[in-house]
Design a protein around this ligand. Structure first.
Ligand SMILES: NC(=O)c1ccc[n+]([C@@H]2O[C@H](COP(=O)([O-])OP(=O)(O)OC[C@H]3O[C@@H](n4cnc5c(N)ncnc54)[C@H](OP(=O)(O)O)[C@@H]3O)[C@@H](O)[C@H]2O)c1
Length: 260
């Protein structure tokens, strides 16, 4: 299937590893010119080297815990290089733990990283998308917007804020040819999942292998997902063919979410 993405431009955040990196690979394979964004410059450089036609791609260094910095760096880049047709809002997940134990500062930090940065990026990218009559905004959040996940209290809270932010925007922007959708990864083999398994295994006093087995048991597909599988969904939502899909939550979770 031709996704109709050749020579489109994408800003893919949180793309030095994991789901963001796999997304950059998937979009680049479709002929998209990708700009990566994350904190770790050496990882970003090696991702660029791995992308097909690496010289067509670029990277930006910015920290989502500093929204003013993100705004400045992205706006400066757009002024010099032009805008983006596709925005993938993605960054590191909030610290795990029970909500009752979380300090209010943790909620504040997560809100900044996930809601404020997304808002800043949308406002910076929207003028170009409107002019192009083509925009795809895809937010990588979590199945917790449908069913809160035990031990991820701050994340559960903030992901729903992003989901409602996204749904509100979808309604406002559809008329401009700009779609806004959320992709909800289930257990996906990345460093984030490794760290969640470590915390859970310690708490349950089992080995990490045992904990991984317990977690797989709850997935109807009986396996963890691959970052490339999440990236395929993101690439499709970025495409011309997905023009009439907006305001949705798309789980990519091997059937783990029990609700519709
Ligand atoms: N993997 C799963 O099972 C799973 C399940 C549900 C939801 N999710 C969510 O999906 C998203 C991506 O997950 P993942 O598994 O790919 O995570 P990951 O492997 O931890 O990758 C996170 C990416 O975000 C970047 N990042 C982290 N903190 C940042 C910051 N302050 N500023 C800018 N960039 C930052 C990291 O790069 P740098 O360190 O270079 O900045 C990295 O490229 C996360 O929000 C995660 O919680 C994941």
């Amino acid at each position: 299937m031709d996704l109709g993405l050749k020579d489109k431009r994408a800003l893919v955040c949180g793309s030095s590893q994991g789901i963001g990196k796999a997304t950059a690979m998937a979009l680049a394979a479709e002929g998209v010119r990708v700009t990566l964004l994350a904190r770790n410059e050496s990882s970003l450089k090696s991702v660029i080297e791995e992308l097909p036609n690496s010289s067509r791609h670029n990277y930006l260094i910015a920290d989502f815990s500093n929204p003013e910095e993100v705004s400045h760096i992205v706006r400066q880049y757009i002024a010099a290089q032009g805008g983006f047709h596709i925005l993938v809002n993605n960054t590191g997940g909030p610290k795990s733990g029970a909500l009752a134990d979380a300090e209010s500062k943790e909620l504040e930090i997560a809100f900044k990283m996930h809601v404020i940065c997304n808002q800043i990026l949308v406002q910076a990218l929207l003028p170009f998308m409107k002019e192009a009559c083509f925009g795809r905004i895809i937010n990588i959040i979590s199945t917790s917007v449908k069913e809160p996940i035990e031990g991820l209290g701050v994340s559960n809270t903030i992901r729903n804020a992003v989901a409602n932010w996204s749904k509100s925007l979808a309604t406002e922007l559809a008329v401009f040819g700009v779609t806004v959708n959320n992709v909800l990864p289930g257990f996906t083999e990345t460093k984030r999942l490794d760290s969640i398994i470590t915390v859970k295994a310690k708490k349950a006093q089992v080995t990490e292998a045992e904990m991984a087995q317990i977690m797989r048991h709850y997935v109807p597909a009986k396996r963890f997902g691959r970052a490339e599988e999440v990236a395929s969904a993101i690439a499709f939502l970025s495409s011309e063919s997905a023009a009439y899909i907006t305001g949705i939550n798309l789980p990519v979770d091997g059937g783990r979410t029990k609700s519709l």
